[in-house]
Design a protein. Sequence first.
Length: 224
Amino acid sequence: MAGNFFGDRRRRAPTQNEDDFHDDITSVSGPRPKPIPQRKLVIVGDGACGKTALLMVQSGQPFPEKYFPTIFENFVSTVDLPGNKKVQLSLWDTAGQEDYDRLRPLSYTDTDVVILVFELVGWDSYNNIQEKWAPELRHFLPNVPIILVGTKKDLRDDMVYASDKSTAVIPPSFGHQLMTRIGACQYMETSAKNNEGVNELFKTAAKIATKQSRRRNNRNCLVM
């Protein structure tokens, strides 16, 4: 009698109504969204060339009116690409001062794309691209594509600043020549202060980084 009282404890199959209930839950929730791919971007160049300002403006922060030397800083930016695609860029800022030459390469691990900057007013940072930065990147990141960027375009466009004969103003043609000499895949110009060319730069970087992750052994890149 005890066995009949407690009944059969074996798990019973769900009824048709229960199956319909579970199907309804699945149909309402829908498929899980695909995770946004992540790519790593490192920005390098002389100190005070506008590296941090570019990353801050791209990540939605205000343009920094005062300069503070950066040792290492990280930002995150989600970039929209054609075809309703998104890429999350992990933005790594680096120190350009010689004091950090030994520490800087620690940030290069697993980099997908490099933004190499010089300012469009003054020759020092321009000359250092070929003398210092390109050799360093070829040594530590031989297969990673480089986007060469001229910063502070607003200063070059400033007629008062441009009329100062004591300061060099670098024209776009010099940037393209330098791009060819160092083997960069693209040359672009920006003004973080005016938010000019910033979004276009990081969209280009996201496209290149996405392609680079598929072909790590190819240094050249093509942006469609």
